[in-house]
Design a protein around this ligand. Structure first.
Ligand code: FPP
Length: 281
């Protein structure tokens, strides 16, 4: 176990054994058309809740309510497919600028997802969170932070799917957070500053690179999500609104990934990769 916690500053010098096991499940298998490989890490930008509701003449809140139920179903589907890591963008730092009633409603849905922690625990799912709560700078209600912490604690020994909720999350803030903590470690302990050490100071140091990035509702934007982790990820965009994205859609995205061109090993420190290639040349 690392000393990674939801509240308070995080110092994670090394990955310990369970983190390495989690990484093993998250390791991508060789892909390619016609294979049955699955991506090690799938990340989703859940978009289109409001449009889904409007298309049915319903209030936007109904779209979010259905969106939460869809998320629970897609987590089960990801687990059934054998995906190692599944990360969902639940609430961004930008989402605070929405009308207060809508923000309050979305936050109440986050409680629902944490209420599902017992079911996830039974299924050996490990719940993780990334975002301001990790840095101790979140203005989320204390009860939500407590439920988040309880979910993380309850499931920290699980070895199945790693389900990470990006919650009050912004990727630029994450990079600044990592830079600040690495700099502190550099000053106090002489920590080396390179890509590998930088990655250890992200909100979730055990998280492997994203192999497949999915966005629903047709938009082709990253929206401040996992900038570091998604550097080489193929981007699957579907016009389906998030509440309608289910098991079949996830399977279709994985199918698409099998045939997608693969980048160089994403997340592998550049200097090390160059040295390795030079040695092999
Ligand atoms: C996008 O829909 C989704 C969000 C703003 C984030 C909220 C996500 C959910 C409610 C899904 C369930 C997850 C949790 C953890 C509660 P949108 O409102 O931007 O849709 P629009 O672009 O059609 O307006």
């Amino acid at each position: 176990m690392s000393d990674h916690t939801v509240a308070g500053n995080v110092r994670v010098p090394e990955q310990a054994a369970p983190e390495r096991r989690a990484l093993e499940r998250g390791a991508p298998e060789p892909g390619g058309p016609g294979t049955h490989a699955v991506p090690g890490h799938v990340a989703v930008i859940m978009d289109g809740n409001g449009r889904w509701a409007e298309s049915k003449g319903l209030p936007r809140t109904e779209g979010h309510r259905q969106g939460e139920a869809t998320l629970a179903e897609v987590v089960r589907a990801a687990d059934d497919l054998g995906i190692g890591w599944f990360t969902a963008y639940g609430f961004s730092t930008e989402n605070w600028s929405r009308p207060k009633l809508e923000v309050d409603f979305i936050l109440s849905l986050h409680k629902n997802i944490f209420d599902r922690r017992l079911e996830m625990h039974r299924n050996n799912v490990r719940i993780r969170c990334i975002g301001r709560p990790v840095a101790g700078t979140s203005r989320l209600p204390r009860r939500i932070l407590r439920e988040m912490q309880e979910s993380v604690e309850l499931t920290k020994g699980n070895t199945g799917l790693n389900f990470t909720l990006a919650f009050d999350y912004g990727s630029r803030e994450e990079l600044v957070y990592a830079a600040r903590n690495l700099l502190e470690a550099h000053v106090s302990e002489g920590a080396v500053i390179d890509e590998r050490s930088f990655a250890r100071f992200l909100y979730e140091p055990a998280m492997p690179p994203v192999d497949l990035l999915v966005r629903t509702s047709g938009e082709q934007r990253l929206s401040n999500f996992l900038l570091w982790q998604s550097v080489g990820a193929p981007f699957y965009v579907t016009s389906t609104y998030w509440p309608d994205f289910g098991r079949a859609e996830l399977a279709a995205a994985v199918d698409w990934w099998r045939g997608a061109p693969q980048d160089d090993p994403a997340g592998e420190p550049v200097a090390e990769e160059i040295a390795r290639r030079a040695t092999n040349a």
